[in-house]
Structure formats: C-alpha cells, structure tokens
Write a protein that binds this ligand. Structure first.
Ligand SMILES: *Cc1c(COP(=O)(O)O)cnc(C)c1O
Length: 503
C-alpha cells in the first residue's frame, strides 16, 4: 500500500481496445443530423480489458466493508448480510420482472410485497405498512407529510411545530424543516431520557408531533416513552418513531403498542439488506388505522386469492417511482422468514448483550456517557486519563491501523468526544475481544506514544486527510490538472484530499 500507481486515465493510449465486437451483419444506419455531436469527444480512456479489470479489482480491495471486517458504526447497524438473500434476489422471476408488467403477471412479486407488509406490521404492532420510501430519511419525510395531511384534513392548520430531542439524528430536524414545519428542540435528562419538564413546556396547540428514536441515539431505551406519548397525544400531537434502532427490540417491544402512530424501518439496518455504497436502501413506514388513508402508495392489498396495487384514499401521493426498492424487499422478506419470531428476538438479545459486553470491558478507560445498561450500542467518550491532547478522532484513526472500521464519532452531538459503538449480533466473541484489546492498547499508546495516534492511520491507502480542505475544495472526479495543483510542491503522492480512481 501507499505505492503510487497512475490513475486509469494515464494508462490510456490511442487504439487500445477492451472488447471485440462481432462483424456488422445488418445494414449500417446513419444517425440523424441533430443527434450528432459537433465537438470532438475528449477524455474517454482507451484501455485493454485486463487494465480495466485490475483497476476495479484494486479499488474494491481498498474498500473496507462488512465482508472484510467488523464495522461497529453506531446507529448504522452494519450487520452481516446473509448471502442467501442475494440468491433469492437473483431468482429470475424477481430479478427480471418489469415494473410496468401487468398485475396478473406479477402476482408472485405482489405476494412477496404483501407478505413483507404483513410481517413488518406484525413485528412493530402497526396495522398498515407502505413499502415505498427508499431510505430511513425518506420514511421520515413521508411520516411528517402524513402527520401534516392528517392535521390539515381535520382543519387543524396551526400545528406547525415538530419536537425533536437534542440527541436526535440530523435527518430528524432536516425532515421537519423539509416538510415546511418548525423544529423545536427538546432536552435530554440526566439519565438520557427525554426531559419531561422541558417537553411539557414545549407542547401546545402548535404541536404537530414528536419524532422519537427509541432506543435513542445514546443507546438507551427511554424509560418514560409511554408518558412521553401520552403527553404528546394529550396536546393533540402525533408520535413519530424513528425505527433506525429497531435492532435492539425485535420481538420484545412493539412500537405500535407503546404509543407510536407511525414509524419507519431501515431494511438496510435491521433487516440486513446491504447498506449504501450509493446503492438502494429501503425505509418502509408502518402506521395506525387512523393514519393509513394518508400513506404513500401504491400499497399491496389482497382481494380473495389475488394481490392488487392500491392507492390509499387520501394518500400524500408517491414518494418513489413505481413500488420502492423491490430487490431489498426480497432480501428483507428472506431474512424475516429464515429467522422466524424466535430468531428475530434472539437477534436483539445478542445485539444488546454484545454492546453491553463492550461497555463493561471498556468503561474503565473510556468513560461511558450514561452509566446505565445500554441497548444495542454504547456511547463512550474518547477522554483517556493521563492522555491530554488525544481526541476521539485520533483514537478512531488509530483503530484503522488495527484493522477495524472506526465507530461513529462526535455523534450524538450532546456527548463530548463521543464514540458510538454498535457491534451488532453478527460479531463473534473473538472479534469483540480483539476490538477490546485494540481499544485498550490504543489507550496505552495514547499515554506513552501519543504521536502514534496523531499520525494514524499509517497502514491505510490514504493517511489522515485534511478534512477542512476536503470540504472547502472537494475534487470529486479525476482531473489531472486539479490533482497536480493540489499536490503542489508536496512530493508525496498520497497526500491528496480525494484520491483519483486507481491511485
Ligand atoms: C440511519 C439513521 C437515519 C436515516 O436513515 P437512512 O436510511 O440512512 O436514510 C435516521 N435516524 C437514525 C437514528 C439513524 O441511525
């Protein structure tokens, strides 16, 4: 690693070719004049197949992913994605179905969607589910638009405030603002719960609802959740459940039964469909009978033995083209059916056990944010005794040298030097012990050789990035001149902000 290889564009030479097309066996047709480009094409690399294959394979090897190591990124639930899901999603009947195919010819796909709606509803205690939203954040927007539609329908036009705890994920206030409502922050009490007095002082006739993550982003189950929900409902507001932390309570708590009116599920977190990489996620929403008419559609309904698409009567409309990210539905459905009710409960029990194991083994050197049994993730502080000047960022970077993806850091914003660690149920005890050993060794280094932390990472393809410069001067695609200008007089080719492909 850390060796300089020219980016793929620099391998390019005129006339190199990576494909062999067959002889043309139909008459050549000229393109219409108006479709022809009028300038010379510039910049597409000309390469051999092996160069292209090596380029992409090399990039893939630089990627840290759940298939290469533990990924204890708090709040993100980076658990292993069982490979059977991929086989199911690749079944030709699922993989090659066309979104415009006639309902009659898509009964299998509709049955699966209906089944997933039912299962998600059952697990969470909601009577209705829409699979439309493409991610948790979109589920949030959907939910708040549903809340607004519900209030407006009742002539309740003054409800323009959404209450959001100060520990909330940034998508919560962003959602409320995007929906055109006003965000009102609610404080956290000393035990990490919603501060009831602060809540009471902020509820009123302008309250549209409260967005609550439970367990919350401090990894704690709100001890007063039912009281919170009673207060919000008394004020005429609705309870939004951010279901990103559902992995802690599967088969144990049904959010629909403890006062939530609507909740999103992150299939890519709790239900092991792959995360990110720019790829599709899925953030279905479940809700009560009262809110169901407003759900985005189409949803799948069962009419006798037939499955049909249905637009709820007062729907807020579509939030996604066609039906949502269908391939993710196949994976999540497979996961739930493979595990069954008992298996899902065990998922949460082990996820919580693993997080508490880390908490107990690390809290003597990394102070806990809240001294309580945690749920599926634990929030520690990167404040090591006798190591002034070492910050959470340094610890996170050093973890990379030990082969671990760093946990979530500096979130929640209310905890100074936060490290939010979520091991998930799919890490073995051996891996947890290796992580604990790395964290303990890093604390020792912090006291004895702090420069090791400040210089970290030293064993990654890129060294520590200048984050301010990266934000101010992002270079998101390969431009030779820009990269050269950035390197400037620095000879070290690794010292760039965003590496061009292949470097
Ligand atoms: C991940 C997350 C979200 C957003 O979900 P996406 O699927 O990433 O859009 C919202 N809230 C919390 C607490 C989360 O962890």
């Amino acid at each position: 690693m850390n060796t300089y290889e020219p980016p793929i564009f620099e391998y390019s030479a005129p006339g190199k070719i990576g494909v062999a097309l067959p002889e043309l066996d139909v008459p050549e047709a000229a393109l219409p004049e108006e479709l022809l480009r009028d300038d010379e094409m510039d910049g597409l690399p000309e390469l051999t197949e092996v160069e292209v294959v090596r380029h992409f394979t090399r990039i893939s090897q630089r990627n840290y992913c759940i298939d290469t190591g533990p990924y204890m990124l708090g709040s993100c639930t980076m658990k292993a994605n069982p490979k059977i899901h991929e086989e199911m999603a690749r079944l030709p009947g699922f993989a090659f179905i066309h979104p415009l195919q006639d309902e009659e010819l898509a009964q299998g796909a509709l049955q699966l969607m209906y089944g997933l709606q039912q299962l998600l509803g059952e697990i969470s205690g909601f009577s209705h589910v829409s699979l439309q939203p493409a991610a948790g954040a979109q589920g949030e927007l959907t939910g708040i638009l549903v809340f607004r539609a519900y209030h407006l329908e009742r002539g309740d036009t003054e409800r323009v405030e959404v209450l959001v705890p100060d520990s909330a994920h940034g998508t919560n206030p962003a959602t409320a603002a995007m929906a055109g409502l006003r965000v009102v922050e609610v404080k956290t009490d000393r035990r990490g719960n919603v501060d009831l007095d602060d809540l009471k002082s902020k509820l009123g006739p302008r309250t549209a609802g409260l967005m609550l993550t439970n367990p919350n982003t401090l990894g704690l189950f709100d001890e007063h959740v039912q009281e919170v929900s009673r207060l919000v409902h008394e004020a005429g507001g609705l309870m939004y459940g951010d279901g990103a932390n559902f992995n802690a309570i599967l088969g144990i708590v049904k959010p629909g039964a403890i006062g939530f009116d609507l909740m999103h599920y992150n299939l890519h977190k709790t239900f092991t469909t792959p995360h990110g990489g720019g790829g599709p996620g899925a953030g279905p929403v479940g809700c009560t009978d009262e809110l169901a008419p407003y759900l985005p559609g189409p949803v799948v309904v069962k009419q006798g033995e037939r499955y049909a698409l249905h637009m709820p009567e007062k729907s807020i409309g579509r939030v996604k083209s066609f039906y949502g990210n269908f391939g993710m539905f196949v994976r999540a459905y497979t996961y739930i059916r493979m595990l069954g009710a008992q298996g899902l409960r065990e998922v949460s029990e082990i996820a919580v056990l693993n997080a508490n194991y880390l908490r107990v083994k690390l809290q003597d050197i990394y102070p806990v944010a809240y001294d309580r049994t945690c749920m599926h993730e634990v929030v520690l502080k990167g404040q090591i005794k006798d190591a002034p000047g070492i910050r959470t960022l340094d610890i996170a970077k050093r973890l990379i040298d030990y082969g671990f993806h760093p946990p979530t850091i500096y979130f929640p914003l209310t905890v100074p030097e936060a490290m939010m660690i979520e091991p998930t149920e799919t890490e073995t005890k051996r891996n947890l012990d290796l992580f604990i050993a790395a964290m303990r060794r890093i604390a020792q280094e912090a006291r004895e050789q702090p420069e090791l932390l400040r210089e970290a990472p030293t064993r990654a393809p890129v060294r520590r990035l200048d984050e301010v410069r990266a934000a101010r001067q992002p270079i998101l695609s390969y431009h030779r001149e820009a990269i050269q200008a950035l390197r400037g007089d620095k000879a070290d080719p690794d010292d760039v902000l965003i590496r061009p492909l292949g470097v």
